[in-house]
Design a protein around this ligand. Structure first.
Ligand SMILES: [Mn+2]
Length: 324
């Protein structure tokens, strides 16, 4: 059983590097913080290093500021570690340049719930039935016989909340709710957590949402609905790139929509990020995979190269139309 192998590997090592995917969201950040805290309580040395900063919505999480960014290492390296724990990543490439720190001699533990996971670890624990890696970290704490501290419960609860859209998505199971119930008993302020993760946004971000929504488009049959975030909108609003999280929920909620898309211009000309959301029977993971991306059946993403926004849109729409 892979969970036992994870526990064995954890017990065998002393110094850990923990990392999660580029453009991290709540599951990546929350799971990372939770496992770091558990390991520290076992007397392990732990560093958390990520390619990109946590999103604004996650900045309330306990210990979130102890995550170091790769760009801030400044040649110091990661310090000594003998084991890397990678959470919420289908491939090792997803951790960005942090991968360069993980030399051949390190043991890699892969804890993930993406169906597309390529089993890159020395120890792999991949459970596509888990709604969030947060659920898996909860199970890990049980296996380690560690009673969760309140802060750990908060990070795990947040991880689950993000990946289930606050228990609204089809990945939510009875088990998800059982775990949530146990976490809530740690006297979590559920309302405050919900507000941080889903409601509170800066004025700039709200203004940006207006700009993005004013350009909403749909296919003739209405089955595909999409929006664009352009560099111009970003500049006009004064918001940062990561403040556009959750915007895709609005095109997704249009009646008749089978697939929702969120196109983003990046700082690099000709490089576009695309988030995809599928409704029942539309597997957006398959579509994103065609462009070198991935994710889950109902939520995935990819980065594409195209000569213009128009071309990027055409490339993706061609594939999405086949699926809806
Ligand atoms: Mn996840």
């Amino acid at each position: 059983m892979s969970l036992s192998k994870v526990v064995d590997a954890i017990r065998r090592h002393k110094r850990f590097l923990i990392s999660a995917h580029i453009d991290p969201e709540g599951d990546a950040v929350g799971s990372q913080l939770a496992i770091a805290s558990l390991l520290r309580r076992m007397g392990k040395k732990v560093v958390m290093i990520d390619e990109d900063p946590p999103p604004a919505s996650c900045m309330f999480l306990p210990q979130v500021k102890s995550i170091t960014l790769y760009k801030d290492l400044k040649g110091k390296g990661a310090g000594k570690f003998d084991c890397a724990v990678i959470v919420d990543c289908p491939t090792l490439e997803r951790i960005g340049r942090v991968k360069e720190l993980i030399t051949e001699d390190k043991t890699v533990i892969n804890i993930d719930h993406h169906v597309s996971n390529d089993m890159f670890g020395d120890v792999n624990w991949v459970d596509p039935k888990a709604a969030a890696v947060g659920e898996m970290i909860f199970e890990l704490s049980k296996k380690l016989k560690l009673e969760l501290a309140r802060d750990e419960a908060e990070t795990i609860y947040s991880a689950i909340l993000i990946d289930t859209g606050s228990f609204r998505y089809s990945n939510t199971t009875a088990k998800t709710h059982m775990i949530a119930a146990e976490l809530i008993r740690k006297r979590l302020d559920m309302n405050a957590i919900y507000e941080h993760l889903f409601e509170l946004r800066s004025f700039q971000s709200t203004y940006l949402l207006g700009l993005v929504l004013s350009g909403i488009k749909k296919s003739k049959d209405g089955k595909i609905v999409w929006v664009w975030l352009t560099r111009r909108m970003l500049k006009k609003s004064g918001a940062s790139f990561d403040e556009a999280e959750n915007f895709i929920g609005l095109p997704r909620s249009v009646r008749g929509c089978k697939a929702a898309l969120f196109f983003k211009e990046t700082e690099k000309r000709g490089i576009f990020k695309v988030s995809l959301r599928g409704k029942k029977d539309v597997d957006v993971n398959k579509i994103a995979s065609k462009f070198g991306g991935g994710g889950h059946a109902r939520a995935a993403g990819c980065t594409i190269k195209a000569a213009s926004p128009n071309q990027a849109e055409k490339m993706i729409l061609r594939e999405v139309s086949k699926a809806v």
